[in-house]
Design a protein around this ligand. Structure first.
Ligand SMILES: [Zn+2]
Ligand SMILES: [Zn+2]
Length: 141
């Protein structure tokens, strides 16, 4: 918990119990979770929490740059907790969202033509490796 308190304080976020719990879930899962997934995890520990609280906490986190909002799936916002900027690949068959490391010069300098970059997100869409392999074995049979 101490570590989580430090993370929040370093971003000037007051470390309330609820915020710490939400951060703990994000850190444990390190995945791309939507509000419902986070809310349901949270209910196990704080049965009185409301979804509004989860929403407002996440937007505070996003505003302070602690989480990134992913809009690769326009029908639902996903939250990403990983400090380093990275791109995302969406499988249009199974819906998997896969992290792709950024290998562009701007990611190192966070600057482009004199403009300061705060966030870098590239979206790629296609068929993931698992779906491709699965498809191949099916055609062989
Ligand atoms: Zn897939
Ligand atoms: Zn990601």
């Amino acid at each position: 918990m101490d570590n989580l308190i430090k993370i929040l304080q370093s971003r000037n976020i007051h470390p309330s119990y609820q915020r710490l719990k939400i951060l703990e879930i994000l850190e444990k899962n390190k995945d791309h979770m939507n509000v419902n997934m986070i809310f349901e995890e949270l209910l196990k520990e704080i049965p009185t929490i409301s979804k509004t609280t989860v929403y407002s906490t996440l937007s505070t986190f996003a505003a302070k740059g602690l989480v990134h909002c992913l809009t690769i799936t326009p029908e639902e916002m996903k939250y990403d907790y990983r400090a380093k900027p990275h791109h995302h690949f969406l499988c249009t068959r199974c819906g998997a969202i896969i992290d792709i490391d950024v290998q562009c010069p701007y990611a190192d300098t966070m600057e482009i033509d004199g403009h300061s970059i705060e966030d870098i997100q590239g979206y790629f869409k296609g068929t993931c490796r698992e779906c491709l392999t699965h498809n191949k074995t099916q055609t062989l049979k």
